[in-house]
Design a protein around this ligand. Sequence first.
Ligand SMILES: [Zn+2]
Length: 408
Amino acid sequence: MTSLGPPARTRGTVRSALLAVCLGALALGLGSCGGNLTPSLMANTAPPLIRVRLGAPRPRARLALPAHPWTIRSTSGDSYVLRAASEVQTELAANSTGIVIRGRSTGAAALRIEPDDFFTLDGRVYDGHLLVTQVDETLVFINELDLETYVAGVIGNEVGPGAEPATYRAQAVAARTYGWMRRQEREAEQAAFHVYDSAASQVYTGRSVPAQYGIRYDDMLRRTTETRGAILTYEGRPFRAYYASTCGGHTTAAAVSGLDPGHAAEPLRGVACAHCTSSKYYRWTAHVTDAEVVAGFKARGRPVSLPIHAIDVTRARGGWVSEGAVRYGASGQTRTIPGHELRSALGLRSHRIERITRESGGWVIQGRGWGHGVGMCQVGAIEMGKKGASESEILRYYYPGIAFAKVY
Ligand SMILES: [Zn+2]
């Protein structure tokens, strides 16, 4: 693994750092500390910076800066610099002569906005810096901030309201592992951004946790800090700690959901889960018309035609569908499709499908769970927390065989 942080320490220092880190991990209730970590895991003392793309590229956005010192500088080779400590509310807009601020063109195609405190973009409050790049007639907005603050802006959105501190801490470790791995990838240093702010990566809203959640951002920051630097490892290396909303009674193997387990097939093989029965998606029923089957398969580039004679499924461990087969057309051909693609084609909550029966003009599909079903079951993690489980117990349950590491 490539370390993008400061140079690796000397051997002796690594060993003493490992001891200190393990004591820290024990104090956090993280249980045993991985003793087989590679030195590169121990090489950093501060969180890395991560770049998050905020929303889709768009022609304009509202920027607000509080009455604290801030700097706006060009990063596209021109000399534009603006420094002040006064409050600003303005529109940022794309223009043929460069990015427009306060109604005037800066002449720059890329700006870095560096507030001492925070900035507000389209009504959401963020820490760190804002990078604005003009691409054709749109602006790309990227928030650059340290990994810890990023994690704090994720976990409230990903867990939702009403969970115990241990569940937010478990989510913080999983979310940090994801961010850390993205940051460690080849070319990460040069990448324009590392993650999206949506479910395409992890849902991130800066300090602005949706008001209806009733979650205080300061609490999310506290839960994050309580696990500072902790990530999940398997055989001494971090792994893709996937998670999903509701498993419906059993999580599934990464490959069954078309996800790459990397070197960690064991922690991502799927486990029985007795903890998510309270989810409203623990069981579900969907009605899919024959026309929707045809449209869904067409959209996946796997055309089928009327009439639809049968939809059959092959199940992997835990009831998750590994493959679906549709028999269709006048001559009754069969089209097969991976189970997770069947879910998308039919617009289902998951591909944990229990029963498919015929109804007039379509199909009744009964299933369980919501999401891809790999790794931590988030509703299960909430329920385990309510029953008194620690973050270590939650994470070890859903990712068997793991060890914790503190990377800074
Ligand atoms: Zn579950």
